[in-house]
Design a protein around this ligand. Structure first.
Ligand code: GLU
Length: 571
């Protein structure tokens, strides 16, 4: 059969379009280099190992978290909670997974009040069972793995099990944390593990954790159920109850990780996505960024001082709202849409003057009483890691047991969180109404963890970033997203730049950094300044429009960046 000219053209066109489709599909799916930025070299290495075996970003996240439980026990682990953003390259969508701890069903709203009705001293509330929430990290990882995992769950715990059996080297930071935190009680078996002869383990020592190896083996073989039901759950419940807590077997068995819609907003032409409530991180970072964008719209050639002033003033406004209105939306009403709406933010941005600090900002919606005081403490725990896999998927995950070493309660080789102390101790706000972040049974305490994924105009991940740092997390992250997306800074330079935070009080400037040079100028603009060390732990990955992938680990902690070769098994 001979083709007529018309049919021949049709065939050529068909071939061309098939080739085009094939090329596009191949371009999307062609393995690219992967990257991990995490808080410990062994965690980074575990993530890279998984990526090079063809694993998805969620597979790497599980391996990283398992290793962090062992080697950075002061910060995060399976005894705590976490928030995870997932970018799925197949759908171009960002999904938000909530693994935040929940309050046991038996807690009362006066949980953190003393007998005379006044709030407990914060450090009295931390050690022991009353601060422990139902851990959420493992259920959350399991949920995200069911939806996005490529490698079997079981294999992902092997690097951590190996290390727990053969030992890992104690880092200077872990040794230092143990030394600093000596004044806080350590219960058995935590005391025996970290203080073998009454002295803290020192940097360079090799530590094994056979109990954790056993726990992780159970979880690897039987899934997260091995943790939430059965002997491990029993041991958690018994330990918490023996130390004054109210956690029950039902609380453990009933725990659910939740998939929520992320909060996203267009900033500098990119779609910036963060965690929704119960983390205040996403909303407050987005408020700060949009306020900065509106307030700087008319200004060209912004000096670093003017930029810093803008960031700090926007941050005052963001924190004023955060402290007044935010809480777990499964329990309390929060006007999320209004707080992120353009008319509202335009009105709020008008309060920013380029020539004078506004001082303490009032929350924007109605009454002027700010209910929560400026955060009470410096926090050195929590961990953030960022992953870009060889298939183009990404994870931004912040994970925490709250204070360093959490509640000080160790069970089966891991530490239990003290996350319930993130609730507001006094259930009433200054104006007498009940505060949205008061303790309630089953509720999740308000968090500041701010994992971020920003997508470019083609819906590809442009920036994956987050940090530990208590309520300062919001400031650390907003500053870097603003620097990378709005000031064209590279992620490494942005992370290295000195920290500048305002939580609606004094302006905090990081000592011994370039930010100190801004102090006289900021004082002249009316800022009351506090210069101090500020130990962020930012771990970010940047995907440049020209295809270059680069990552950065915060020099203030012990993290590293690892690059994964595209694997032949990845296709
Ligand atoms: N528990 C804190 C939160 O969820 C994080 C603590 C920290 O970053 O050290 O906001």
């Amino acid at each position: 059969m001979t083709a007529t000219p018309l049919t021949a053209w049709r065939l050529i066109l068909l071939c061309c379009s098939l080739l085009l489709v094939a090329a596009t599909t191949q371009a999307d799916e062609r393995p690219q280099p992967g990257m991990v930025a995490a808080a410990h070299p062994l965690a980074t290495a575990a993530g890279v190992e998984v990526l090079e075996a063809g694993g998805a970003a969620i597979d790497a996240a599980i391996a990283i978290q398992a290793v962090l439980t062992l080697v950075e026990p002061q910060s995060s682990g399976i005894g705590g909670g976490a928030f995870l953003l997932y970018y799925d390259n197949a759908t171009d969508e960002v999904q938000a997974y909530d693994g935040r701890e929940t309050a046991p069903s038996a807690v009362e709203t006066d949980h953190f009040l003393t007998e005379d009705g006044t709030p407990m001293d914060f450090l009295d509330a931390v050690p022991g069972g009353q601060s422990v929430g139902v851990p959420g990290t493992l259920r959350m990882l399991e949920l995200a793995h069911e939806e996005h995992g490529r490698l079997p769950w079981k294999t992902l715990f092997q690097p951590a099990i190996r290390l727990a059996e053969t030992g890992f080297e104690v880092t200077p930071r872990l040794a230092e944390m143990l030394r600093i935190d000596l004044p806080l009680d350590a219960f058995e078996p935590m005391a025996g593990y970290f203080f073998p002869d009454g002295e803290p383990v020192s940097a360079g020592m090799t530590l094994t954790n056979p109990a954790l190896a056993e726990t992780l083996t159970e979880i690897a073989n039987h899934g997260a159920d091995a943790f939430y039901e059965g002997p491990i759950a029993d041991a958690i419940v018994a330990t918490v109850q023996a130390h004054g807590g109210e956690l029950t077997r039902e609380d453990m068995a009933d725990y659910r990780a939740v998939e929520r819609a992320p909060v996203c907003r267009s900033i500098a032409g990119e779609s910036v996505c963060g965690m929704p409530l119960p983390s205040s991180g996403g909303m407050t970072v987005l408020q700060i960024l949009r306020l900065m964008e509106i307030a700087s719209a008319e200004t060209e050639d912004m000096t670093r001082l003017a930029w810093a002033h803008l960031l700090l003033e926007a941050s005052r406004l963001g924190f004023a709202d955060r402290n007044e209105y935010l809480g777990d939306t499964d329990f309390v009403d929060v006007p999320v849409a209004t707080l992120l709406s353009e008319p509202y933010l335009t009105e709020r941005a008008a309060l920013i003057s380029p020539t004078q600090s506004m001082g303490k900002a009032a929350p924007g919606l109605n009454d002027p009483d700010s209910a929560m005081s400026e955060a009470k403490r410096i926090n050195h725990s929590t961990s953030h890691f960022s992953v870009l896999d060889t298939h183009g998927n990404a994870v931004s995950m912040t994970s925490s047991i709250e204070m360093p070493f959490g509640s000080r309660l160790m069970v089966d080789g891991f530490l239990l969180n003290n996350q319930l102390t993130d609730f507001r101790f006094d259930p009433r706000a200054a104006n007498g109404r009940l505060h949205p972040n008061r303790v309630q049974p089953g509720k999740r305490p308000l968090s500041s963890m701010s994992p971020v994924i920003a997508l470019d105009a083609d819906n590809q991940p442009r920036l994956i970033i987050g940090s530990p740092g208590g309520t300062r997390i919001i400031g650390y992250v907003a500053q870097r997203v603003a620097d990378v997306l709005m000031q064209d800074s590279g992620v490494e330079a942005a992370i290295e730049a000195g920290n500048m935070v305002n939580r609606n009080g004094r302006t905090e400037i990081e000592a011994d950094t370039d930010a100190e040079a801004l102090v006289p100028g900021l004082e002249a603009l009316g800022h009351e300044i506090e210069v101090d060390s500020m130990t962020s732990g930012l771990h970010g990955i940047e995907h440049l429009p020209n295809g270059v992938i680069r990552g950065a680990a915060d020099p203030r902690r012990e993290g590293t960046v690892g690059r994964a070769r595209p694997s032949s098994r990845a296709e």
